[in-house]
Each structure stands twice: as C-alpha cells, then as structure tokens.
Design a protein around this ligand. Structure first.
Ligand code: SF4
Ligand code: SF4
Length: 75
C-alpha cells in the first residue's frame, strides 16, 4: 500500500523527496495549515519501500497507508 504525507503535519524539509528511490515525492506550490511548504506522494508510483517514513524528522508527517483524505494532491 502506498505511503501518505499528511499535508498539514509535513514541514517541507524534503529529506523524503531526496531519499525516495522512485522520485514520487513532489513539492506542493501552496502552503499547509502551519504556513510551511509541504510535499506529497504520487500514490500510483510509490513502491511502498518505507524510506520516506524512516528519514522524515517530523513525527506523524508520513504514514504507511494510502490516505487521500489527509494528503492534499496539488496539480
Ligand atoms: S514528509 Fe517529512 S521529510 Fe518529507 S518533506 Fe515533509 S517533513 Fe520533510
Ligand atoms: S514509500 Fe518509498 S517509494 Fe513510496 S514515497 Fe516513500 S520513499 Fe517513495
């Protein structure tokens, strides 16, 4: 199952994006509820490796399930 970045918890630090082996973590152009940048995971490309969850320094920003209700997907 794909991983999810909780948009309103993510602080846009980007370790996850740099570490993702398939490059499916992308920056949003808008801000979240905290007023910080945030990233989002392209669910169709995610291979569920768990690296993003391991490297993220922000508790609760990455969860190991697909939750489109928690992740804003900017286009
Ligand atoms: S999910 Fe974590 S590592 Fe990725 S951008 Fe957000 S805060 Fe940074
Ligand atoms: S679980 Fe792996 S493939 Fe999916 S977004 Fe995280 S680092 Fe990328």
């Amino acid at each position: 199952m794909p991983h999810t970045i909780v948009s309103d918890i993510c602080e846009g630090v980007a370790q996850c994006s740099e570490a993702c082996p398939v490059g499916c973590i992308k920056p949003a152009s808008n801000k979240n509820i905290k007023g910080t940048n945030f990233y989002w995971i392209e669910f169709e490309t995610c291979i569920d490796c768990g690296v993003c969850l391991q490297v993220c320094p922000v508790k609760g920003a990455v969860i190991a399930e697909e939750r489109s209700d928690l992740q804003k997907n900017p286009t």
